[in-house]
Design a protein around this ligand. Structure first.
Ligand code: PLP
Length: 415
């Protein structure tokens, strides 16, 4: 694909330059059709058995996106009281919210209990606390199946090197703690890592948790976790995750399980990244182009405060260059550059030694696949205002879904 922007007519009736002058630069721009389309892909992973898809809202918690998730029939996962309250504000009933915290206070667990929100406990200590607060109640536990996977060691969330979940060796103890407080463990969940591009890696983790499920007499649900990947290298031909193949193979696996245990639980997944990722492009402006010690630097306003992934995980984001509202196609002359931001850190680099079309001051940089862990991880470092978020609606017209921050927003909490 030469240009994702052109391929999907990403900006609809809007012109990138006009968007930046109206809403400020940098700017997160979402495309509603792409977003709804990926929500539909995950909502239908399993059709033969009872199935729900819980969107993990830490990937992107814009209120408008949550309302669209509600319309598309997704349920949601929350990691904190704040996320629970935001979901309630978006209109999610409490029985469509699943709370999967780790290392939280008594008060936070009590908040979920008071709101009748089903909670998954991730350690023996938290299960014990939950039992004291809600004896006779229902809960789930998060299991570490002993193997993890992911695109970077920081996102591997199961296996031998992670803080997450109850180790498989501790399962018997968890069951006895539950018994002590008359807690009913109605479901088990896992989340083994992030950015699977291959259904087989996900399937082997499903096989693991189904194996654990056999140790319970009966479970209301089994939750396979999230982690579905998106092709961050789509401009060089990387293929999308193959949901059709996942559906076929997973359904076979579930057939086997249901046959063996003699009952049909609800099956769940909890994708975060996949849902909003490809629906957003981060736009920013080029303010300077210079050469330091033989290296070329393209200086933009897309700092690590706006998009942290390249600095945090060494992540790759494809980049397109826009000039006079048109994408500069890669068939034009290219050179290797470092695309950097405006934060006072040497590490503030969006793309290292990247081959891109020749870039000039006043060009627009478009960072693709910015919808997941983009805005939600942004910060005010260097007292920078977080950018606005705009959505190109199904009619092709832009709507502001979060305004740009102001100085007043940043100083509000000083006493
Ligand atoms: C973050 C998270 C997810 C979503 O992960 P993705 O890789 O974004 O799909 C799902 N479940 C839990 C418990 C998580 O912490």
């Amino acid at each position: 694909m030469d240009s994702y922007i052109n391929y999907c007519n990403f900006f609809g009736n809007a012109a990138p330059e006009k968007l930046l002058s109206e809403y400020g630069s940098p700017l997160y721009v979402y495309n509603e059709n792409i977003l709804r389309n990926s929500m539909r892909n995950v909502a239908n992973i399993v059709t033969k058995y009872p199935f729900t898809c819980n969107y993990s809202i830490k990937a992107n918690s814009n209120l408008k996106i949550l309302k669209i998730a509600l319309e598309e029939g997704l349920n949601c996962d929350a990691m904190s009281e704040g996320e629970i309250r935001l979901l309630q504000m978006a209109g999610f009933p409490n029985d469509r919210i699943f709370y999967v915290p780790n290392n939280v206070s008594k008060e936070e667990l009590q908040f979920a209990i008071d709101n009748s929100i089903l909670t998954s406990l991730d350690s023996i200590a938290q299960l014990e606390l939950y039992g004291q607060l809600n004896p006779g109640g229902r809960c789930a536990i998060r299991i570490n199946p002993g193997v993890g996977a992911g695109h970077h060691e920081k996102v591997v969330t199961a296996g031998k090197n992670t803080k997450f979940a109850i180790a498989s060796d501790d399962l018997d103890e968890a069951i006895s703690v539950a018994r002590k407080y008359d807690l009913r463990i109605i479901g088990i969940n896992q989340h083994v890592g992030s950015l699977f591009m291959n259904p087989d890696a996900f399937l082997s983790s499903c096989r693991n948790i189904l194996h654990f499920a056999e140790r319970f007499d009966r479970l209301d649900f089994i939750d396979f976790g999230g982690g579905f990947g998106v092709p961050y290298h789509k401009l060089s031909g990387e293929e999308a995750f193959d949901f059709a193949s996942l559906t076929l193979k997973l359904t076979d696996l579930l057939d086997e399980f249901v046959d063996k245990v003699g009952y049909t639980p609800l099956f769940k997944t909890e994708p975060g990244r996949y849902v909003p990722c490809e629906s957003a492009i981060l736009l920013g402006k080029v303010y300077s182009v210079k050469t330091n010690a033989d290296k070329k630097y393209v200086g933009t306003d897309i700092g690590m405060n706006v998009l942290m992934r390249p600095v945090l995980y060494d992540s790759w984001h494809d980049i397109e260059v826009i000039r006079n509202n048109e994408v500069v196609l890669p068939s034009d002359k290219k050179e290797k550059v470092n695309v950097v931001g405006n934060i006072c850190e040497t590490g503030d680099i969006i793309a290292k030694e990247r081959e891109l079309p020749i870039i000039y001051k006043d060009d627009i940089i478009a960072v693709l696949d910015a919808g997941a862990y983009g805005f939600s991880m942004s910060s005010n470092y260097n007292m920078r205002y977080r950018p606005a978020e705009v959505m190109i609606g199904s009619d092709g017209n832009p709507v502001l879904i979060r305004r740009r921050e102001t100085f007043e927003d940043l100083i509000r909490q000083f006493t």
